[in-house]
Design a protein around this ligand. Structure first.
Ligand SMILES: Cc1ncc(COP(=O)(O)O)c(C=O)c1O
Length: 355
């Protein structure tokens, strides 16, 4: 049998392009907003000692009980308000699956994290971007108007926002949460760098879902994210979530990292200091517009050709993210804050390329 595979594929899937990030075999990777520091040595050692005790021939705990206990302790939210995802990406997909039917709309400020739109389109939904203003902020009335016009089921707010780096105005978010009669997903993937959150609003608003990720604080390779939500939402997610979506090793390591968090806090403090230094040095070059960041990355616009700078950096062994495909992000690059040495090498390459 040799069938026409193309003819079988759904049109909305055919129209998509696979999410692709450029990679570099050797060199400095400042393109994916990861933590440049490995998990603390003592944690790795303690974990190695435990490895033999894992029953890897058994399925993982489908409820992720111990990990949820650790998250409950850190967030102050009870365990029945928590769901673990294989990265927070998975939770975005599950939320769309639960709350949206074919053709339904979702609203988000734009530019923002590309996966909201990409996952929605893959599910036959209608993404409705609402342009951010020149400060990369939005007005609740515009977002609410778009949501009403398109009868949106969900609003996604990245807080802080990727790729612009900033936190949107708290008051505007608050208005959306209070007035939107659908689900508001507050994606707090970069919470640890902004140290601001909407979790405290959850008792008053059952339409609020907060997403968090461990990818930005050292465990990108283990794929651990979680949602904090009303227990009714949690129950719905648990119906569609694959039973063993979080593996044994990821659960155990994430639990340990969250229980002994102070070394990670120290890494975050260093990253925040480096972010300020990096932003200052980029501004001093005088040829770049550097946007304020509450995250572990910095967005900047090149006064000149952004793609050429991206390629020059790549040739010099430094990978950043080229965002210029987005019409609002012409000549814009995004750099993740690395270690001091990585940042110095990045800065040296930028200076060389702009000279
Ligand atoms: C805003 C935002 N949300 C979610 C994610 C996905 O994170 P995870 O690795 O937990 O799937 C990212 C990753 O870049 C992100 O920037």
């Amino acid at each position: 049998m040799n069938i026409d595979l193309d003819a079988l594929v759904q049109q909305n899937i055919k129209n998509l392009k696979a999410y692709k990030v450029e990679d570099l075999q050797e060199g400095i990777k400042l393109h994916a907003n990861e933590n440049p520091y490995a998990p603390p040595e003592e944690l790795i050692e303690a974990f190695q000692a435990r490895l033999g005790q894992f029953a890897l021939n058994r399925y993982p705990d489908p409820e992720c009980r111990r990990l949820k206990q650790a998250i409950a302790q850190r967030t102050g939210r009870p365990e029945d308000h928590l769901v673990i995802g294989n990265g927070s990406d998975e939770l975005i997909q599950l939320l769309l699956q639960i709350f949206c039917g074919p053709g339904d709309a979702i609203v988000f400020p734009d530019p923002t994290f590309a996966m909201y739109s990409l996952i929605a389109r893959g599910m036959g939904l209608t993404p409705v971007p609402v342009p951010l203003d020149e400060h990369w902020d939005f007005k609740a009335r515009d977002l609410l108007a778009a949501a009403e016009t398109h009868r949106a089921r969900l609003v996604f707010l990245s807080y802080p926002n990727n790729p612009t780096g900033n936190c949107f105005s708290r008051a505007e978010i608050q208005t959306v949460v209070e007035q939107f009669s659908g689900i508001v997903v507050l994606d707090e993937a970069y919470h640890d760098f902004a140290r601001q959150s909407f979790i405290s609003e959850m008792d008053a608003h059952n339409n609020l879902v907060v997403l968090r990720s461990l990818s930005k604080i050292g465990l990108a390779g283990l794929r651990v994210g979680y949602a904090v939500a009303d227990p009714k939402v949690v129950a719905e997610i648990n119906k569609v979530r694959l039973p063993y979506n979080s593996n044994t090793v990821s659960q155990a390591f994430a639990e340990q990292l969250l229980r002994e968090f102070s070394p990670v806090e120290r890494q975050i403090d260093v990253i925040l200091k480096e972010r300020e230094r990096l932003a200052g040095e980029l501004k001093d070059l005088g040829r770049l517009t550097v946007f304020p960041s509450d995250s572990n990355f910095i967005l900047f616009r090149v006064d000149g050709d952004g793609r050429s700078l991206f390629e020059a950096l790549m040739a010099g062994g430094v990978l950043v993210r080229d965002l210029s495909a987005h019409p609002r992000l012409n000549h814009c690059l995004r750099v993740t804050v690395g270690t001091r040495e990585e940042n110095d090498q990045f800065l040296a390459q930028v200076r060389k390329a702009l000279a």
